[in-house]
Design a protein around this ligand. Structure first.
Ligand SMILES: Cc1cc2nc3c(=O)[nH]c(=O)nc-3n(C[C@H](O)[C@H](O)[C@H](O)COP(=O)(O)OP(=O)(O)OC[C@H]3O[C@@H](n4cnc5c(N)ncnc54)[C@H](O)[C@@H]3O)c2cc1C
Length: 314
């Protein structure tokens, strides 16, 4: 018998849950409140008359240590939508041409609707009732997988106290991402600069579509303290720090500010402990907060959520 399964969130955890369900012959529907697929794997396009460029203002690359994720990566490489990124050990990968292309290709046979926000969840007989802001009516599903970052997930789980308890155990750092364009192509900069072990607010900066389009990200402690600061002050402070950091390599280059993106729940600093599935109702939580602060862990958590739901439905 076919089952009606809803996945909340079109980030990598939502996509991997849906793919896993499909591999077992179960269709599911993904809904997401954002304009674009991918959640924190963010690509910001910049279209001009003759060009199309992008910044990567969320995740920059992914690793693939597990067998299942390696299979996904290999398939993407064979089909041309994933490429190795630089020459790191262990290898790092990026979507080609952008991270969004990776997700679009990965999810091309899935049913995904953007711009719909889930506002309420509640148990209903042996099922789950869901309300979202587009139709504003309650709809009932045989099962739900919810992949929002833990603090947002928590707000939806008022009627599921065990999951609420699990979600409360996670913690996150914020991240401030500054997108900027150099006035000319830099001659001496590599495409990725790591400042993590140096003093100062910057964590790293990485080129997007080419060496003129960059995103700089700030460290967790700085981001946590400054997420509510005036955006103009923040922008000036970060631009000055970038100028200082690259001055020796590129003394004559100018930074043109593009935009600032603030991720309130960017990087998991403590993963959840506790059950991922409700003891009574067919509802599961999944995402990086269950396994680790990276794309691969979120992918694996999504697959696990699908397996848990399938066990429950049988
Ligand atoms: C700045 C930054 C840099 C990073 N760099 C890296 C990196 O280089 N490599 C790496 O591996 N990882 C990196 N990460 C971490 C990585 O991006 C995440 O671990 C991963 O993308 C999490 O995926 P997810 O599916 O669990 O959650 P998300 O991607 O957060 O997906 C959750 C989705 O739920 C949606 N949503 C939220 N509320 C609702 C609602 N009420 N209704 C419907 N939809 C809703 C959101 O729109 C979102 O699309 C970075 C993260 C950030 C923020």
């Amino acid at each position: 018998m076919s089952k009606k399964i809803l996945i909340i969130g079109s980030g990598i955890a939502g996509i991997s849950s849906s793919l896993k369900l499909k591999s077992f012959g179960f269709e599911s529907t993904i809904i997401d409140k954002g304009n674009f697929i991918g959640g924190r794997i963010g690509t910001r396009n910049v279209e001009s008359k003759n060009n199309s460029n992008y910044f990567l203002h969320g995740a920059q690359f992914f690793t693939a240590k597990s067998y299942n994720f390696q299979k996904v990566i290999q398939n993407g490489i064979n089909k041309g939508y994933i490429k190795e990124y630089g020459s790191f050990s262990p290898p790092r990968y990026r979507g080609f041409k952008s991270m969004r292309d990776f997700l679009m290709n990965l999810s091309q046979n899935l049913s995904i609707t953007q711009n719909v926000k889930v506002t309420h969840l509640k148990p209903h007989n042996e099922k789950i009732s869901v309300r979202e802001d587009r139709s504003n009516i309650w709809k009932t599903y045989d099962a739900v997988i919810s992949t929002l970052p833990a603090p947002q997930n928590l707000n939806l789980m008022k009627k599921f106290p065990i999951l609420k308890k699990t979600l409360k155990t996670a913690s996150y750092d914020a991240c401030i991402a500054l997108m900027f364009i150099f006035d000319k192509k830099p001659r001496n900069l590599p495409y990725f600069l790591d400042f993590y072990n140096q003093q100062g607010m910057l964590s790293w900066m990485a080129a997007g579509s080419n060496l003129r389009f960059w995103t700089a990200q700030t460290k967790g402690d700085f981001s946590n303290k400054n997420i509510n600061k005036d955006k103009m002050l923040l922008k000036n402070e970060i631009v000055q720090e970038i100028e200082k950091a690259i001055y020796q390599l590129e003394p004559n280059i100018k930074i043109n500010f593009h935009s600032l993106h603030i991720w309130k729940y960017a990087k998991v600093t403590k993963v959840c402990s506790g059950p991922q599935i409700d003891p009574k109702f067919p509802i599961v939580v999944a995402g990086d907060f269950m396994e680790g602060a990276n794309i691969e862990s979120a992918f694996s958590s999504g697959e696990k959520a699908a397996e848990l739901i399938l066990e429950r439905l049988h």
